[in-house]
Design a protein around this ligand. Structure first.
Ligand SMILES: [Fe+2]
Length: 401
C-alpha cells in the first residue's frame, strides 16, 4: 500500500474506536521520542565537551620535534556570545577535562566568538586552561568578522536554488540547440562529466524531470521531486546566511594578545626551541569567506622541505593552489555537521567540497594531512551525533620510508 493510499484511508480508519486509540498512541509515542531526542540535542550533547586524543606523524620532521612529540591542544569554533549559562557549562567542562594537562602549543582555529559580547567568555576560557609550554596561536573565522541572520536562510537558499535551476535549463537548451540533440539523459552525463559540482547534480535531475513532465504541467510528483532536490541542495552547499553586521575583530585581536595568543594573519613563524628539540614552521591563513586569505603570503617564506603546520578556519582552503606545501592543516568551521543521523550522515558540511563522511576528523589530500575538529560551540544550539570536542594532538616524526 502506498503512502497516498494510506492517507486516503485515514478517515475510514478513524471511525473504528480501536484503530483510533492505536493511532493516537502511535502519534503520542513518536512525539514523545521526538521530544526526548530534541531535549538531548539541545540540553545534553552540546554541553559535554570531550577531550579527544590523536597522534599524527609528520614527514621530514626527524630531529625537528621533541623526543616525546609536539603536543598541540586544538580548540575551535567556541562561538561565544556571552551572558549564556550554556557557555559557562562548556567552559567548566573544558576546565575539568584539561586540569593538570601538560602540552606545548594552544591552537584556536577561529570563530572565537559569535558576537562581540562573547569576548569576556573567550578570555575566561583561556584563563581556565593550563598555560601551554611554548605559546598560543590562532586564526580568525568568518564569525569573528561578521554577524549573520538565520531568519532569511531558507528563502535565500530557495532563490539561489531556483537561479541555478534556471541557469541549467538555459544551458541545456543552448546545448540541445547547438547539437540538435534532444536526449536529456545524454545532456546530463555530458555536463556532469565536465565537472559539475555535487550540488548541481539534483538540479540537473530536476531539469530532466521537468522535460519529462506532461507539457510542463506541474504534478504532485514533480513538486515532491523538486522539494527533494532542494533538500539535497541545502545539505550540500554552505548555508546562505545574511550578513547583518560586523564584529570588532581588532578588539578581539588586542584582547587575545593580552592573553599571549598570537593571530597568524597570512603569515608564518619559525618555532625554534632548541631546549626541547623543536624546529618547525607554523603558518596561519585568513578566513576564506569573510577574511582576505593569502596563502602565498602564509606559506611564502617557508623553505620547501621544512615541516609545516597550517592553521585555516575553513577546510575549503584545500582548494587553493599551493596548499600541498602544508604537511598538516588544522581546521574547524564544519562543527562536524552538528546533526549526524544514522545512515544519512551529517546533515550539513558547511563546506563547498567536503563529502559528508569527511565533515570532521582526520583525512588526507595527497601528502597533506588534515584534521578538522567538531569544535566547541555552535550557532544554532543543537548537536546530535556530533559532540563538541577539543583535541590533544601529539605530532611525531614519520618513519622514513
Ligand atoms: Fe563555526
Amino acid at each position: 500500500m502506498s503512502w497516498l493510499d494510506l492517507a486516503r484511508r485515514i478517515p475510514a480508519l478513524w471511525q473504528d474506536k480501536r484503530t483510533r486509540t492505536q493511532l493516537i498512541s502511535g502519534v503520542g509515542a513518536v512525539a514523545g521520542i521526538g521530544a526526548m531526542v530534541a531535549s538531548y540535542a539541545f540540553l545534553r550533547e552540546p554541553l559535554h565537551v570531550r577531550l579527544d586524543r590523536l597522534t599524527i606523524h609528520l614527514p621530514n620532521a626527524a630531529g625537528n620535534l621533541p623526543p616525546n612529540g609536539l603536543r598541540l591542544l586544538h580548540l575551535s569554533d567556541t562561538h561565544f556570545r556571552g551572558a549564556n549559562w550554556r557557555e559557562q557549562a562548556k567552559i567548566e567542562c573544558i576546565r575539568k577535562a584539561c586540569a593538570n594537562l601538560e602540552y606545548d602549543l594552544l591552537i584556536h582555529t577561529g570563530d572565537f566568538l559569535h558576537h562581540d559580547s562573547g569576548l569576556p567568555n573567550v578570555l575566561t576560557l583561556l584563563d581556565a586552561l593550563p598555560a601551554p609550554r611554548l605559546g598560543s596561536y590562532g586564526v580568525f573565522g568568518n564569525h569573528d568578522y561578521s554577524l549573520y541572520s538565520h531568519s532569511e536562510m531558507l528563502p535565500r537558499a530557495w532563490a539561489r536554488f531556483q537561479a541555478m535551476h534556471q541557469e541549467t535549463v538555459c544551458s541545456e537548451e543552448a546545448l540541445s540547440g547547438s547539437m540538435n540533440v534532444h536526449d536529456s539523459t545524454h545532456t546530463q552525463s555530458s555536463v556532469n562529466g565536465s565537472g559539475a559540482t555535487r550540488a548541481t547534480t539534483p538540479a540537473l535531475t530536476s531539469t530532466r524531470s521537468r522535460q519529462n513532465g506532461s507539457n510542463g504541467r506541474v504534478t504532485a510528483l514533480t513538486r515532491a521531486r523538486t522539494l527533494y532536490e532542494f533538500g539535497y541542495y541545502c545539505a550540500n552547499v554552505p548555508l546562505d546566511l545574511k550578513r547583518t553586521g560586523r564584529n570588532d575583530v581588532n578588539a578581539l585581536e588586542a584582547a587575545l594578545a593580552t592573553h599571549q595568543v598570537q593571530i597568524l594573519h597570512n603569515r608564518s613563524i619559525r618555532l625554534t626551541h632548541p631546549e626541547v628539540g623543536l624546529d618547525i614552521y607554523l603558518a596561519g591563513v585568513d578566513d576564506v569567506v569573510e577574511g582576505t586569505p593569502e596563502l602565498h603570503h602564509a606559506l611564502g617564506e617557508i623553505p620547501h622541505d621544512a615541516p609545516t603546520i597550517l592553521l585555516s578556519h575553513n577546510p575549503d582552503i584545500l582548494l587553493e593552489p599551493g596548499i600541498e606545501q602544508a604537511d598538516l592543516i588544522l581546521s574547524g568551521h564544519t562543527h562536524g555537521g552538528q546533526i549526524v543521523l544514522p545512515l544519512l550522515g551529517a546533515a550539513h558540511t558547511q563546506s563547498s567540497h567536503l563529502p559528508r563522511k569527511e565533515v570532521s576528523g582526520y583525512l588526507r589530500r595527497g601528502k597533506t594531512q588534515v584534521y578538522i575538529t567538531r569544535g566547541v560551540g555552535e550557532g544554532i544550539p543543537l548537536r546530535l551525533g556530533a559532540a563538541p570536542q577539543i583535541t590533544l594532538i601529539t605530532v611525531l616524526p614519520a618513519a622514513k620510508s
